[in-house]
Design a protein around this ligand. Structure first.
Ligand SMILES: Cc1ncc(COP(=O)(O)O)c(C=O)c1O
Length: 422
């Protein structure tokens, strides 16, 4: 792989010129500095950029609201009543699921709780939840509060998967060993499929198989996976997954999340659920009668009528993914992040280490660069040079080279700036 790369700006430019996905960068607003220069935006793992089509998608709904008022539910160009259904096929493609396994609704932490209502069913003997020790804080708060809600002490009920002494990522064999050792007491395995801190992309299929063999339910937080890696959710066999759409899926700050529930649970009416009118059978929802009759499938987890403006932004973005193809994006993403690794390894600077695994199957677009003996000042310096990345205490710069809008030249220029500031 390394031989294909070269440490020159000309090589990066030439690579961009022949990139079959290059036209997509033009379809996004790239933030600029005060002098009008485009910044090097490496923060798609936090907030994706705005597609140029988002505004017209939102305008359409604002116009229909202006012209139709409540009648827009039926007469808008894209009627609001079934609006979430317009997103389903493209979202299912992005996450590798069947259409009836995916719905866009609520936001990530809310959806995680809703999934745990259904899939965390602790008993006296089996009440534990397995999670990574450096899972995103919201996920940890969510699993701890669920354990408490069921009357358990989280220090007892939550098992954390920790990397080995002196290591930052988890080893598959250690995950497997923990599941085999503790599995009979574990009710739920809930893992961030691509870890927000290290960027490690876990082998979801194996984790699911190990968990199911022990009788555990298995779910994933795919906030850092959706639109980034090939999730193949259906084939993993996972019971559920949740994700947000404002990172790699470019739908705007605080936008709605997505939920996957495997089809084997679709018609299981014994699963407990928190319910609301949007999960009620569409044919009879507006009869407004007592007695909840669930839609068959994942849509039955919906509670409220959804915010159309947020969905319009998601839909606009998903159309770009459908056109570009998630497999093509994954291919470019691996090549771009491989270039970043190559340039950093070329420097042979002992002060910096990429803590994200190097194997393609174990990483997505994000790479986490540890800067030894550094503080945030180094990050502030690179920011002042026109790089938008993010800093995670105590010493990690997270950079995401996003296939839709990042170029090889972005990667080259970023590494040159980092090198200069080190
Ligand atoms: C891995 C992960 N989980 C959960 C969250 C929380 O998402 P939300 O604020 O949409 O609930 C985030 C937000 O960045 C995240 O990265």
């Amino acid at each position: 792989m390394k031989l294909e790369y070269s440490n020159t700006q000309d090589w990066a430019k030439a690579k961009d010129a022949y990139d079959p996905l290059r036209k997509y960068r033009e379809q996004f607003f790239i933030p600029r500095d005060a002098s009008g220069q485009q910044l090097i935006y490496l923060c798609g793992n936090s907030l994706g950029l705005q597609p140029k089509t988002t505004r017209s998608a939102l305008d359409q709904e604002l116009r229909d609201w202006k012209n139709y008022g409540v009648e827009g539910h039926f007469h808008a160009k894209n009627p609001w009543m079934p609006y979430h259904e317009f997103l389903t096929e493209a979202m299912a493609e992005v996450v590798g699921a069947k259409k009836h396994e995916v719905v866009v609704m609520n936001t990530l932490s809310v959806n995680l709780h809703l999934m745990m209502v259904s899939f965390y069913r602790p008993t006296k003997k089996r009440f534990k939840i397995l999670i990574e020790s450096d899972a995103f804080p919201s996920d940890k708060y969510a699993v701890e509060s669920q354990a408490k809600f069921h009357g358990y002490d989280p220090t007892d009920a939550v098992i954390e998967l920790k990397p080995r002494e002196g290591e930052t990522c988890l080893r598959s064999e250690d995950i497997q060993a923990t599941i085999e050792k503790e599995g009979q007491a574990i009710a739920l395995i809930m893992i961030g499929n691509t870890n927000y801190y290290t960027g490690q992309f876990f082998d979801m299929k194996s984790i699911t198989e190990w968990g199911h063999a022990q009788g555990c339910k298995v779910g994933f937080d795919c906030a850092h996976g959706a639109g980034n890696v090939d999730l193949n959710l259906h084939d993993t066999g996972a019971d559920f997954a949740v994700w947000c759409t404002y990172k790699y899926l470019n739908s705007g700050p605080g936008s709605l999340g997505g939920v996957f529930v495997h089809e084997r649970h679709a018609e299981d009416d014994t699963l407990p659920k928190f319910t609301g009118w949007w999960g009620h059978k569409k044919e009879t929802r507006f009869k407004m009668r007592d007695g909840f009759e669930p839609i068959k499938g994942v849509e039955s987890w919906q509670l409220s009528n959804p915010p159309i403006l947020s969905m319009a932004a998601i839909w606009a973005s998903l159309k770009i993914f459908q056109e570009a193809g998630i497999d093509n994006l994954r291919k470019k993403s691996l090549h771009l992040s491989g270039y970043l690794r190559y340039l950093i390894e070329e420097q042979d600077n002992k002060q910096i280490t990429i803590i994200t695994p190097s194997e393609d199957a174990e990483r997505g677009s994000q790479q986490s660069i540890q800067v030894k003996n550094a503080n945030k000042a180094i990050f502030e310096k690179i920011t002042a040079q026109g790089v938008i990345a993010d800093w995670r205490e105590p010493d990690v710069i997270r950079v995401a080279t996003t296939a839709l809008y990042n170029s090889y030249e972005d990667v080259y220029r970023f590494v040159e700036i980092l090198k200069a500031e080190l």
